[in-house]
Design a protein around this ligand. Structure first.
Ligand code: CA
Length: 478
């Protein structure tokens, strides 16, 4: 802050006024804020403060939520790792790029130089990353100053059978450092501790709670199997879902297997344990930030790449357009802008992250970026807001979510409509009820007029093989 000739009493007011003025004009702040950017793989809304699951125990994620603004209705642009990250990081939606599925090979659809880190790199930020920010831990080297080389690290926990702790019992006895996330966080903590003149943009991409759910056994201890509750569900829930939705639910896949082998509760226990492992790592990051001289000038952004179903609608994993596979935690702590304990119920999707971070740093938003800034909601979490969240899964399958409604339209014209205030688990499809024809039409206005064709090799349900740590790096020992 510049020295102020005014009496001491008035200095804070002058500072606040000058901060607001600089944000209002989007001028570059004289002291640019650092960015700590935390991406979590496959973390759905089972965090304590979102209240969807009473058993989950992530105290550090909840602590982070209390430090800034948490969004209760935040949704992915795509419910699959590769296109979700491509859209968020690249700034363009799948219907613009044609990047729809895991396996599409994102580098063929995003333009090098347009990624989220680039405006910051150009503005003089030191840009460093680790772990899974883009799919497969890949990145355009020109968009970063440095990226953690995981190939030299031992992470035997990444190489276990992806069904361990899911369809199969937990076999491995792992230590915290046997998972890549431990090393990813170590790397990011070192970046936070560096004494540099340039502001930093540190991107920390955590792989858990993605499959395999295998984490050290101590994280299972708070969730004894006999205490595990199944999520609210109805066995006949798909009866009023059109063909497009049933195809996504795949009730004869994972769910049929869980009903046969009786492992439904085991899988939930493992997911809760994997979330607890992730939470431990988030806590390490927050503790390091709290000790950093940069703590009061660092923006923290925390997001899950999409949701996850655990048997609701006889569906598992992501790859569908309902609440469970599309909703994820989203927390922003922005010193001087957000207030502790902020809660927004406005519907936002993760296309908002790119433009919002640029605005917070006083950097012009690149012209290709399609999302809307949520700066007004960071200042006032319940400020007026007219936009829905939109999620796309495959060519011409979309859902539009407002605070009250979810509307889904599939490529073949099939529809779903849910009143979220009366029916939070989306059990009763109102799409064929003529009383809601106007509601449906109003929501449908948000659907894209043009949809880029799907030209990649990915499939709707491809994901867990291709996700996470690149195969060549999975079993390499020290
Ligand atoms: Ca239903």
């Amino acid at each position: 802050m510049l020295s102020c000739p005014c009496p001491r009493l008035f200095r804070p007011l002058v500072f606040i006024a000058s901060s607001l003025a600089s944000l209002a004009t989007h001028a570059a702040p004289s002291n640019p804020p650092n960015i700590l950017f935390i991406a979590v793989d496959d973390l759905n809304h089972w965090v304590g403060h979102l209240g969807r699951n009473p058993q989950t125990q992530p105290p550090h994620i909840d602590r982070l939520a209390g430090m800034g603004v948490t969004f209760r209705h935040a949704y992915c642009a795509v419910p699959a790792c590769e296109p979700a990250r491509g859209a968020l990081m690249g700034g363009r939606r799948p219907w613009s790029t044609g990047l729809y599925y895991n396996g599409d090979k994102w580098k063929n659809y995003l333009r090098e130089g347009e990624g989220l880190t680039m405006p910051f790199k150009r503005a003089g930020y030191r840009v460093a990353g680790a772990g899974k920010i883009y799919h497969g831990d890949q990145y355009f080297p020109s968009e970063w100053h440095e990226y953690m080389d995981s190939s030299a690290l031992s992470a035997k926990g990444e190489g276990v059978d992806k069904d361990e702790g899911f369809h199969k019992p937990l076999r491995h006895d792992l230590k915290d450092e046997d998972l890549m996330d431990w090393h990813t966080v170590n790397y990011c903590i070192e970046r936070l501790q560096e004494d540099r003149r340039a502001p930093f943009f540190v991107a920390c991409g955590l792989h858990k709670p993605h499959l395999p759910f295998a984490v050290p056994r101590k994280y299972y201890a708070p969730f004894p199997l006999e205490s595990i509750q199944l999520p609210p569900h109805r066995a006949d829930d798909l009866a009023d879902v059109p063909a497009g939705g049933i195809k996504m639910a795949k009730p004869n896949g994972d769910h049929a297997q869980f009903l046969r082998d009786g492992n439904w509760r085991n899988a939930i226990q493992s997911y809760l344990a994997a979330i607890a492992y992730t939470d431990m790592n988030v806590g390490r990051l927050l503790d390091a930030l709290a000790k950093s001289p940069q703590r009061d000038n660092t923006i923290v952004v925390f997001w899950g790449d999409h949701g996850w179903s655990l048997g609701e609608k006889s569906h598992w994993r992501k790859f569908a357009l309902w609440e469970e596979p599309t909703r994820a935690p989203f927390i922003v702590v922005a010193p001087g802008v957000t207030k502790p304990g902020g809660v927004s119920t406005r519907t936002v999707d993760f296309m908002s992250i790119y433009p919002t971070l640029c605005e917070l740093a006083g950097i012009p938003v690149p012209a290709h970026v399609e999302g809307s800034s949520i700066l007004s909601l960071l200042r006032d979490p319940q400020a007026p807001w007219s936009q829905p969240a939109i999620t796309t899964h495959g060519f011409q399958n979309h859902t539009v979510r407002t605070e009250q409604w979810r509307y889904i339209r599939y490529a073949d014209g099939g529809e779903e409509l849910y009143d979220e205030t009366a029916d939070p688990y989306e059990w009763t499809n109102l799409a064929k009820n003529p009383a809601f024809a106007t509601t449906k039409a109003d929501l449908a206005k948000w659907l894209p007029k043009k949809n880029a064709p799907h030209t990649g090799l990915g499939r709707a349900d491809e994901g867990d093989e291709a996700a996470g740590v690149p195969k060549g790096k999975r079993t390499k020992a020290k």
